[in-house]
Unconditional design. Sequence first.
Length: 71
Amino acid sequence: MEFAVDLPEKNGKWEFSPLTNQLFSISAQLFTTYFQWGFVPTIIYLGLQRGADPLPNGEVPVLSIFSVLWG
């Protein structure tokens, strides 16, 4: 049993419509911008939401932006 599929290729390169190329370009720019400016704040936010690990005496320190920045 043989399956034949026509792929939209020409000379080994994919051909996309101008709209598809524009959408891909915009998506790549948005991802790059998020990764450059949003990754670290997201990790800090998630760390503050989870809280700190308990100390050996069982006390859980309170985390805030000030305690993260100034100890």
